[in-house]
Design a protein around this ligand. Sequence first.
Ligand code: OMP
Length: 263
Amino acid sequence: MSFMEQIKKRWISNNTLLCVGLDPDLDKIPSRFREMEFPLYEFNKYIIDATYQYVCCYKPQIAYYNGVGKERDLELTIDYIHSTYPGIPVILDAKRGDIGSTAEMYVKEAFSRYKADSVTVNPYMGGDTLQPFLDQKDKATILLCRTSNPGAVDLQNLLIEGKPLYLHVAQKAANEWNKNNNIILVVGATYPDELKEIREVIGDMPFLTPGIGAQGGDVEKAVKAGTTPDGNGMIINSSRGIIYASNPGEAAKSLRDEINLYR
Ligand code: OMP
């Protein structure tokens, strides 16, 4: 089953738009995991076992692993999700993007090495650099469109031909690049007006929406602005807000329920 089919199924069968971000920091995880051979993997297993019923997918951010030489923990984590909870897809958050021949290697990294189902990509080098990702019909390519951080305005809001750059990205994605129907857009929860504006121009293309929890995004505003008319269309990520909660299972359930209130 393709990523898009899996995520749509999971939105409905498990009634959830929540994505838990697996961004474990060795300095912040409980000390009992630190002495283990694969500390980040063991911590992730604890998070996954506590939250799997409440999520539509998981999103490990690659820097938390390769920044500290823990790539094996990432491989083991993705393998654990697929083998223990089949039907829950994995987004590798790597924000790749480079000329075509290098992009081919990034495709191998995400899909052959790590066996992710989807990957985040920076679209600013243009359509040819996205093609190797988009050619993977069963995988989803998640393009940065309007990110959640305060400095997003520096470039993404610049007006070009009267329109902010992020709208150009959204429209190119919807009208030119999405021949295989496998594009998702990153639009942060911290900017609900932009969520609404982008939703209006792109129809029902899904959003990956980070910025809930630690970054302070408002759940009600984000869900109301970003969902499609059927109450789906969003993958809403929280990383630190869930993984460092005293009870991650309860935190995931409560965020899923809060999201569902406004769908
Ligand atoms: P928390 O703020 O801890 O919930 O983490 C947010 C996660 O989403 C991190 O893995 C970020 O790298 C990622 N992210 C953003 O925070 N903002 C964006 O605009 C895009 C992403 C992303 O692509 O996932």
